[in-house]
Structures are given as C-alpha cells and as structure tokens.
Design a protein around this ligand. Sequence first.
Ligand code: AMP
Length: 303
Amino acid sequence: MSLLIIGTLAFDDIETPAGRAANEIGGSAAYAALAASFSTPAAIVAIVGEDFPKDTLEQLRSRNIDLSGVEHAKGASFRWAGRYHENLNLRDTLDTQLNVLTQFKAELPPALRDSEVVFLGNIDPDLQLSVLRQLNRPRLVGLDTMNYWLESARPAVLRVLERIDLLIINDEEARLLSGQHNIVKAARAILRLGPKRLLIKRGEYGVLAFGDESIFAMPAYPLEEVFDPTGAGDTFAGGCMGFLAREKGNLSGTPMRRAIAHGSVMASLVVERFGLRRLWELAPADIEARRQAFLRLTDFHGA
Ligand code: AMP
C-alpha cells in the first residue's frame, strides 16, 4: 500500500555544533516521504512557492513519490531556521516564515482520496482534519504535531486526535498535551484522547511505544558523530509509517515493533549528514547494515 503524507516542503537554515547549512531543502513531508520511499510508494500533499527548485521535485518523483498533491503558489516557500545546542536534544527555532503556507488549502486530487495509509505530518491541525475529511476509507492514520499547535490550536488538535490511530510526538510535546510530567502517566492520559497507539520520541534516548499490551522501547543508535538532527523525527515517522503501509496498516505486535525499529534505523542514518543529503545517497545495503547493528545493540540474549 502506498503512503499519503501531508506536511511541509521547505528551505531550512541549520546551525549545529558540527557546522552550518543555509537554504537546505527540508520540511516534514520531504523527510518523511524520502524515508518512506525505501519501503513503499509515497505521495506528498504540500505547497511550494516559485523559488522551490524544480530539480528537487524531479528527484522526489524519481523516488516513486507522487507529487500530484503538491500545490504551486506565487510567492516564497515555507522557511525555517534552527540552532542546536551542544546537547543535540536541545534546539532553538530562530525563525519560521510561513510564506505560501498561509494560502495552503490541502485539497486532495481525486486519485489520492482513496489512500488508505496516511501520515498527517506537522502542520496546522485544521488542515490535518480537512485531509482526513477528504479520504474515502482511511485504514491507518498517523499524526505528528508540535508545541506551536498544542499552544495555539489545542481544541483542533484534540479533534484530530479523536480520529487517528497512531500518534508520533516527542516527550516534551507529550507532557504539554497531557499536563503530566511522568512519561508513563502522560502516555496513559494521551491514549484516552483517542489514538490506539502512541510513540514518544526521546531524541538520542530513542522511542517508547504505548497502547499495546506492554510498553516497548527502542534505543537510538549511539553514534560517535551527529552532524544534523534536523528531520530525525520526521524521518523516524516516515520510515515507520512506510513500513506499516507495506504491512497493509497492521498495527499488531510484531509489525509495529519492526516498524519502530525501521524508523529508528532511518533516523540514525539521516543525522549523519546535513539536511536530506544522507537520505538521497542511501543504498538499501546501508539500511540493512544499520538494521544489523541495531539487532546487535539490543540483543540481550534473553529467552
Ligand atoms: P524535525 O527535526 O523532525 O522536528 O523536523 C524539522 C523539519 O520540520 C524542518 O525541515 C522544518 O522545515 C520543518 N518545520 C519546522 N517548523 C515547522 C512547522 N511549524 N510546521 C511544519 N514544518 C515545520
């Protein structure tokens, strides 16, 4: 099954302890779709301005990513700037320019309305809801959101949460959403809001999964050098959702755990270079080698 992704296509200005990059192509939809494209065909619903490079769009198409849902508008594309601390789990947003995003309607071309597996990436929750309403028979819906929306549009976020299957957010967002500091209590409170499963991303500490009969944990891969954590969250989500789409949206124990492992593998790779660069150059053998490394990392020789 293919994966429909709504999110941003962006220019990012990034500063990390390892260096800086300006006008780097990014955006939640770009990371998620490229990561997913190693598992399944993907489609992007997003908006770009006149400045967005045609050859990037062409490259995305060449990866089996359908861009029929990408709107082209007059004006500048969405732009974001961020700076990471020495502790890479900490990031300051220096600038967010919505630009053409303010005109985005997220209207799906008829062919995409039959999509069954959908990732509603980080964007205005009213747009996420509007995409949901246009779908004929969604089977698995994943969602990401962020502090910005939890603070400025909480009622809309709560409305989307009632209608989704899988919520993928970070620990800070989980605390903000639930009002609970303890992560297990936070998870329990969030699951009462609607989602069947909840994945809490904890940066370099990995991921916790809730909503199954037991809690599942996957570490992040301990890398000696992280160049740029930008997009790690979206890459995790795209990798995970792409894997689940290939499993026909099955959220039960083993496919879910493998999807989480696959998302973690993809996220551990994307941070090795700036922006999307590592995802562009990635070969299936690199993914398999990192998967093997994860297996060795997490094998405690239990029964
Ligand atoms: P992540 O590091 O996974 O949180 O994602 C970083 C990506 O999200 C960057 O490529 C940004 O362009 C994009 N981004 C930043 N802020 C927003 C926002 N408010 N809405 C949508 N996408 C955003």
